[in-house]
Design a protein around this ligand. Structure first.
Ligand code: M6R
Length: 605
């Protein structure tokens, strides 16, 4: 949700660093982009509607030269349409800034500033924040006091990179509920929304904590608490490398990331499983004290929870409440000492998931975060954290991170089954053997070419339905989200028995209905449901495990997936559905890695 990068350094590398950084951060928002750069001792602002490439063209045409300081931003619009005026950087008086987040009380702050004589050109809360900082600086003439007071006045979330006209050799940064890192190279300092933005230049970084601000010159980094106390910081080394954030010959990051699934799922499962169940138990928190789970996330992360709920309730026989984070955060949940709240998030920065975690903590219950990004806000706030080992995920549509979430949650499910003695030694052995081979199994699914015919059928329609029962319905939810997200085809996921209670009226000649079946015990019911829609003209695409027999006259096209143990079946079943969406989006010529209106990391409500 908006990307920020800033640079100050002796090598006058600002232009290159800022543009490289924006390219890497574009997945966080791509409505518009802009930079503020030091040119002839003044700060020059250049902005452009659209992607970073259009800003690049503009910069070339303007002949902007290298510089020792600059800040830049790529935007996902929250306040005001995506146009040049609303894009960042913003400037008021002697202050220029870029902002990620939402200043919730900006209307009131704006009214106060108008009374002081300020006027605004954009519709953004960010320009108001800029005005507040300028006004406070006029009053205090002290940058520390100004930032501390501004922080106290802002409600909501923010990550800022700021330049003051009377101190053009220094960058200021401040954050709350939006991530910000400071990175280091000799006599060059960077500030960015996340590590990939500066990885080409350095892998040494530190994180700004909640409500901290930093003063950055080419020689020195000072980090202060809100009270103005300077603190020491630890310099971390990023585990990722530049190749991890490149397409490596694939047309899209999404396709590259699907192809990484065999490796990252296997690595995640083997990391936790080690030499067997006792290693697994020792690498997870002590789950034996919990009698009930709440599982919370947004979008695909929530659908991973939905798969886990189905698995854990049916196998381990413990109760799981599933919650959409944006709903949970405003509830008055019934939580007891025996409840474990599990929050799931790839980015670890999703605002609603973070707020849900905070609510759980306020209720004094234990929290476990399943997170992909090391050191992210959610990872740092939870009592326990278990990382998925998916590596950096760049495509806006999650694939490999979702798969590793399901994989790790399945292992948590298995642990509960062991604790509650609901799984036999023999089955545990079978599961472990399958996990040892999972890289192979998934590689075969990823490299299968079965999806193209089905994709052609789907791409001709503007309405699609997914149907399934139990855990397959949870998979339908994720498959449907993936399809609509990247191909812009309207799709709905339904429990297979529910369609006839109203929605079946939308089925007409040719409407694609995709049926997912991985369980023998519901096969007959699914066949009846497929017949119901077939009789009304639907084209049926069935995605079924290899052990299930479905008569040829029932479907128009079948995709067969390997049969796995029920603890692992969801992982293999989702891969064809991701590839199917990808193929459909390709046929429709969509912007697969950066679908319209979206951003990767949703750090606002
Ligand atoms: O970073 P998170 O896992 O918390 O993100 C949650 C959702 O925003 C995310 O899964 C979203 O639904 C994806 N774009 C779906 O592909």
């Amino acid at each position: 949700m908006c990307g920020i990068v800033g640079y100050v350094g002796k090598n006058k590398n600002a232009m290159k660093v800022l543009m490289d950084g924006l390219q890497c951060l574009e997945y966080r928002g791509y409505d518009s982009a802009g930079i503020a750069i030091l040119q002839n001792e003044t700060i020059e602002i250049i902005k452009s509607k659209g992607k970073v490439s259009s800003l690049s063209h503009k910069l070339k045409a303007k002949g902007i030269v290298e510089s020792e300081l600059g800040i830049a931003h790529t935007r996902w619009a929250t306040h005001g349409i995506p146009n040049e005026i609303n894009s960042h950087p913003h400037r008021q008086g002697s202050v220029t800034l870029v902002h990620n987040g939402i200043i919730e009380n900006y209307t009131q702050l704006k009214a106060d500033l108008v009374l002081q004589g300020y006027s605004f050109t954009s519709d953004t809360d960010s320009e108001v924040a800029c005005g507040v900082i300028d006004s406070l600086y006029k009053q205090y003439r002290d940058k520390h006091k100004t930032l501390q007071q501004a922080n106290a006045m802002f409600r909501g979330s923010f990550a800022f990179a700021i330049v003051f006209d009377d101190d053009i050799k220094t960058l200021y940064a401040m954050r709350r509920n939006s991530p910000l890192i400071v990175a280091f190279k000799e006599d060059e300092i960077y500030v960015a929304s996340d590590v990939p933005a500066i990885l080409k230049y350095t892998n040494k970084y530190t994180l700004l904590e909640q409500d901290e601000y930093a003063v950055l010159t080419k020689h020195e980094v000072e980090i202060y608490s809100l009270q103005g106390t300077r603190r020491e910081y630890e310099i971390k080394t990023a585990a990722m490398e530049v190749v991890d954030i490149q397409k490596e010959g694939f047309d899209h990051f999404m396709l590259k990331e699907i192809h990484e699934e065999p490796k990252v799922v296997s690595e995640t499962m083997r990391f936790y499983l080690g030499d067997g169940i006792s290693d697994l138990m020792s690498r997870l928190p002590d789950l034996s004290i919990y009698k009930e789970l709440y599982m919370i996330g947004c979008g695909s992360a929530m659908y991973a929870c939905m798969v886990a709920k189905s698995l854990i309730e049916s196998k381990a026989r413990i109760k799981v409440e599933l919650e959409v984070a944006s709903e949970f955060r405003y509830k008055n949940p019934i939580l007891t000492k025996e409840t474990l709240v599990i929050v799931v998030s790839q980015s670890g920065e999703t605002a609603d998931t973070l707020a849900s975690l905070q609510l759980a903590k306020e209720n004094n219950v234990d929290t476990l975060a399943i997170v992909n990004v090391v050191g992210s806000s959610i990872a740092r706030e939870a009592k326990y954290v278990c990382y998925t080992l998916a590596g950096p995920e760049i495509a806006v549509a999650t694939t490999k991170a979702y798969c590793t979430q399901v994989a790790l949650l399945s292992l948590i499910g298995l642990s509960f089954s062991v604790i509650y003695q609901k799984v036999s030694k023999k089955e545990i052995e079978e599961i472990i053997n399958e996990i040892k081979n999972i890289e192979n199994t998934l590689s075969n699914v990823v490299n299968d070419g079965q999806y193209e015919v089905a994709a052609k059928i789907i791409s001709k329609f503007s309405n699609v339905f997914f149907i399934g029962r139990g855990i397959d319905y949870a998979l339908c939810m994720e498959a449907s989200l993936k399809l609509k997200e990247i191909s812009y085809i309207h799709s709905e996921a339904y429990p297979a028995g529910e369609l006839k209670h109203g929605t079946i009226s939308l089925v007409e000649k040719g409407t694609p209905v995709i049926a997912i079946i991985t369980q023998q015990n519901i096969l007959e019911k699914m066949i009846s449901n497929m017949k119901e829609v077939k009789a009304r003209g639907a084209s049926i695409i069935v995605i079924a495990s290899e052990d299930l027999e479905v008569d040829l006259d029932i479907f128009d096209y079948r995709i067969t997936i390997p049969k796995s143990n029920s603890y692992l079946q969801a992982i293999t079943a989702i891969v064809p559905l991701q590839l199917l969406s990808y193929q459909v989006a390709m046929l429709k010529g969509c912007d697969i890695d950066q679908p319209r209106n979206l951003a990767k990391s949703v750090t606002v409500e």
